[in-house]
Design a protein around this ligand. Structure first.
Ligand code: DON
Length: 303
């Protein structure tokens, strides 16, 4: 099968590109053109497939939560799950609602609440959290050009009332240790990591390969830990649309409000797609439509 041709064909057959809305609750994200569209897939045996704006950087937003989760899991091991649960929430990514009945333990590390707890954990372990995260991402992708978009980070910092509320609410239950400003500062930076589809698919390849990155040739986490992170992505990576994503795409995946989605087929490949207009659940409308066609026509899914 000519995968490059298949990707182009799926793109050509996607319905018109004026559905969905580019995120603007972080004002800087609202400036991105809705017409951007990129795809990059990388297999564990080194084959790459690329289409459209695959080399153009964008704000990876919540996709980065998987990378900080990996770093926290590396350091804390199983104890991490005392601070954050692994259940799907069925609620939007920034919801506060279950934290009351769950006594400050976020349902999972993909929601903002869970990712903020993961940041709190990492602040205890990392000497220079932002530099250490960047070094981790650059090593996974073997690409030192990756960086933070400081304008996006500043834009989010200035509009982070809801995330601040999540931190303070969890603190009231004893599940936050560090200062709110340092947690939010780290969190807004990780969300503002800027990467292109090629860098993203390379970075996530260790999750398709039992924790061993074929890019940097290092064991990042064990095969069992990889299983668990993929399970979390499968059940929680697209929030209250995780069921729909499993049903339509059938791969562990993670979305971001910048319009990116990364998905992995264990034993085979990692794929990143970028299209900024979001559906009403906050996930890339065309990203999902593309991945549904891709896994259906290639015939590969974990199910
Ligand atoms: O905290 C926020 O609201 C954003 N920085 C990240 C949200 C996000 O990407 C959710 N994913 N679809």
């Amino acid at each position: 099968m000519d995968v490059n041709h298949l990707i182009a064909d799926i793109h050509a057959k996607l319905p018109s590109l004026n559905t969905g809305k580019v995120a603007d609750y972080i004002p800087e994200l609202g400036k991105v053109s809705p017409d951007k569209f990129g795809v990059h897939a990388m297999t564990i045996d080194g084959r790459a497939f690329s289409f459209g704006d695959a080399q153009e950087g964008f704000s990876i937003q919540s996709i980065a939560k998987v990378l900080t989760l990996t770093m926290a899991y590396q350091r804390l091991g199983h104890d991490l799950w005392k601070r954050v649960d692994v259940e799907p929430s069925g609620t939007p990514f920034n919801s506060l609602i279950q934290l009351e009945s769950d006594r400050g333990i976020p349902r999972n590390p993909m929601m903002n609440a869970g990712a903020l707890v993961v940041c709190d954990v990492l602040l205890d372990y990392l000497a220079n959290p932002k530099a250490d995260l960047l070094e981790f991402v650059q090593s996974l992708s073997c690409d030192v050009t990756i960086g933070y978009n400081e304008t996006v980070a500043a834009s989010e910092r200035a509009h982070s009332d809801r995330n601040r509320a999540l931190v303070e609410f969890m603190r009231s239950f004893g599940n936050i240790k560090n200062g709110t400003d340092s947690i939010l500062d780290f969190y807004c930076s990780l969300c503002a990591l800027e990467m292109n589809c090629a860098q993203l698919s390379n970075t996530f390849l260790f999750l398709a390969n039992k924790g061993f990155s074929p890019i940097c040739r290092k064991q990042i986490i064990t095969g069992n830990m990889t299983k668990r992170i993929n399970a979390i992505m499968q059940l929680c990576g697209l929030y209250d649309e995780a069921g729909e994503f499993a049903f339509r795409v059938g791969l562990p995946g993670k979305s971001g409000v910048g319009g990116g989605i990364v998905a992995v087929l264990p034993g085979d490949y990692a794929i990143a797609v970028w299209s900024p207009p979001l559906n009403r659940k906050g996930n890339s409308h065309f990203g999902m439509a593309f991945l549904e066609q891709f896994t259906t026509r290639v015939g590969g899914s974990i199910f």
